[in-house]
Design a protein around this ligand. Sequence first.
Ligand code: ASP
Length: 440
Amino acid sequence: MKLHMQILIALGLGIKRNWHIFFGIIAGILVGIFLHGHSFPLVQTLLTFIGQVFIRLIQMVVIPLVVSAIVIGITSVGDNKQLGKFGSKMVLYYGIITVAAVAIGATLALIFKPGLGAASYIAANTASEVQASVATAMAQQQGNILNIFLGFIPSNPLSALANGNMVAIIVFVLLFAIALAKVGEVNRPIVSFFESVFAATMKITDWIMFLAAPGVFALTASAVSSFGIDIFMSISKYLGVLAIGFILQLFVVYPLFLKFFSKVNIWMLYSAVAEAMMVAFGTASSSATLPLTIACCEKRGISHKISSFVLPLGATLNMDGTALLQTVAVIFLTQAYGVELTPFLVIQIALLAIIASSTCAGIPGAGLITIALILDGMGLSPEQLVAGFAFLFTIERVTDMMRTLVNVTSDTVVVAAIADNENEINYDLLNNPQAYEEIA
Ligand code: ASP
């Protein structure tokens, strides 16, 4: 079959199966455009409420799911050598994809120079809440990367759990699970316990997915209504560069990556994970989408053993869409302010974007806050920083939706490649979208 036919069929089936979520996104955009400039406080409140109900329900299952998935994943791999092999392959694959993202972001921003001439409308924006959030982010980061890494080690795992500090939780659970794998048979009661936790949380996820269409609709509508459509015109160059970058990741980098490292057909994979991609767009949260990402992968041919290990780590640590955005945003600001962009500075920005993106939590808005880590090293004045941030914040939600879709998609690309390499894919199922089981 010709490639473009394969693409159309896979995307068509992905949308057909999930037409209600897809419809939610489109209707949300239209309703949001209409609501902008009109004042319907009751409708706005209702939309925010529905969106929050959906996000909170799904966030509710994330921690039990991440903990149980990692414990089961690692203990089922068991033997040290295999675990090391998986682990290093995962880091390598996630690394390749993120390096590609920052390289694309930097190249596009240097070619199209979205920031030139932008200083005038950047300076017009001032926002006190932005000032406050920048100040907090700066105070937390204090330019000391070592402190940030220190924060990844939870001195009290229970408080990390209670505060939802994902990176710290993952560090503890990884060590705990590796230890469980090492102690052998005596781990059975705990592993069975987590198997039950995992099964029950996945069941709750199925139920929550009944709310996917109204949830995604409400979230999209309230995001779009807050800035309307005009904003797109005034910052079209910045958004255009981002959109091209994300499209290149989705339609060039991932297909090439899978061709090179596996036999997975990218279009079949996109069809299999279409629900997760749309919910990632709607919620702007990789963590909140995680239960669904796992469900899509496992119900459509990728083994539980690989998904349960690779996806939770990816949802927290692999943020290539965020890294791309951070690179473009920082170069944009340097151009707008006329800071000279030496090759050294570009490389510094790209490296910091890789670190800043992987330290950011998979929740809405996190990527913009960790940009402070990059900007801090660049010598912009506080006023310039604040004005620049105000600008980035005006369209934060929409760029967040796009980058989260990319973040989640790349998690599935990497999990598919590793599953292929380990013979852990049921290709008869993955390549037959007509046979896919419903998620909810
Ligand atoms: N919202 C993104 C995610 O959950 C993180 C970010 O803010 O860039 O993947």
